[in-house]
Design a protein around this ligand. Structure first.
Ligand code: ZN
Length: 42
């Protein structure tokens, strides 16, 4: 039986919808873009 901690550890990492880079844990309000693609100055 899998513990809740193991369950979250096995979740796939989020990927940037634009470049495919892995997205680090952060607020969901950013959607599916990595820091590079979500840069406000671009
Ligand atoms: Zn990206």
């Amino acid at each position: 039986m899998m513990s809740i901690v193991e369950f979250f550890k096995n979740l796939p990492r989020k990927q940037c919808a634009s470049c495919g880079n892995a997205i680090d844990e952060k607020a969901d309000c950013y959607g599916n873009l990595c820091d590079e693609c979500d840069h406000p100055a671009r």
